[in-house]
Design a protein around this ligand. Structure first.
Ligand code: ADP
Length: 306
């Protein structure tokens, strides 16, 4: 069975007594397709809804297979309220299945597509929750390396759930978060400048902090700060930190100076970027409110604060 053609089997069986009744497609990625599914226990419905990620067993090229193994090895050990919970993985017929916590409200990228931008209170909440997850990862010497709006999912209560650990890496030295990886990876708009540096110097956990800056800008403006038709032009812009904020008259969003200052503090040389605890101590989070709850209608339209 190819995951990119046709529907999954209506019933997927684990080697144990568990089965999954597959439902609607949630989304499609580079090498996986994701469906809503209900867990059955000895054929009886349990009411437990999960996301079932279906991955082709024979992935080509081998690099993709490695991405999946890395994802399983790292993701399966993580437990944090703002990280998509990994329940289990198993093989059935010609596919590998990964059972994940369901994120009913899509990703922040979906939200931006529908809404164009997020309000300042929403951004405060999303960035605080993302920082919580990133602090947890960095504390365990894990670098996500592909943080972007498309990998920040939202559960039914609009809580951030960091997902897609396919590019994540464990830094080798326990005490040295300065340990460096040399692979060039990530999404062009989100690449930190040090990843482009010549000489195989590599990069470390600071790339995730840069990405938080790009995410905060993107949520406020609706598009990434460094954008261009050609990849090389994006690289040039991010290496010289060439970005601007839209003029007041050209954006419907009320973008605060504190947010601009926060983004400016993150899009700097790696040595000068604040760590997650320092990010959430910024004035942006202190001088105005952070919503304790958000309704799922926010996934489709801007909330009104009263
Ligand atoms: P890939 O690793 O192939 O890029 P993803 O992990 O990004 O695959 O998943 C593909 C799509 O499936 C996502 O873009 C999203 O729409 C959906 N998806 C993935 N995980 C979940 C989840 N836990 N809950 C809801 N939808 C999900």
């Amino acid at each position: 069975m190819s995951v990119h053609a046709g529907a999954p089997p209506p019933l997927v069986s684990e080697p144990s007594d568990y089965q999954y009744a597959t439902g609607a497609q949630l989304g499609k990625g580079g090498f996986a397709i994701c469906h809503r599914a209900e867990l059955l226990d000895q054929s009886r419905p349990t009411g437990r809804i999960v996301a079932l990620k279906i991955v082709k067993s024979k992935m080509e090229p081998p690099k993709l297979a490695q991405k999946f193994v890395t994802e399983l090895q790292i993701h399966s050990k993580l437990h944090h309220p703002n990280i998509v919970e990994f329940y289990r993985a198993f093989s059935f017929q010609a596919c590998t299945y990964v059972v994940l916590e369901i994120c009913d409200n899509g990703s922040l990228a979906d939200m931006i597509r529908k809404r164009k931008y997020c309000t300042m209170p929403e951004i405060r909440r999303f960035i605080i929750q993302t920082c919580g997850a990133v602090k947890y990862l960095h504390h365990r010497n894990i670098v996500h390396r592909d943080l972007k709006t498309g990998n920040l999912f939202l559960d039914k209560d609009m809580n951030i759930k960091v997902g897609d650990f396919g590019l994540a890496a464990v830094l080798l030295s326990q005490n040295d978060m300065g340990a460096r990886r040399t692979t060039m990876c990530g999404t062009p708009n989100y690449l930190a400048p040090e990843i482009l540096e010549k000489g195989g110097k590599g990069h470390n956990e600071k790339v995730d902090l840069w990405a938080i800056g790009i995410i905060a800008y993107t949520l406020a403006v609706g598009k990434a700060p460094f954008h261009a038709a050609k990849r090389e032009d994006i690289y040039k812009k991010l290496q010289t930190c060439d970005y601007t904020w839209p003029e007041l008259s050209k954006t419907p969003n009320d973008i605060s100076n504190d947010l601009k200052d926060l983004v400016g503090s993150l899009l700097v040389h790696e040595d000068d970027r604040p760590v997650p605890d320092q990010i959430v101590s910024h004035a942006f989070f202190k001088t105005a409110f952070v919503p304790l709850q958000l309704g799922s209608e926010c996934a489709n339209r801007a909330p009104r604060w009263s």
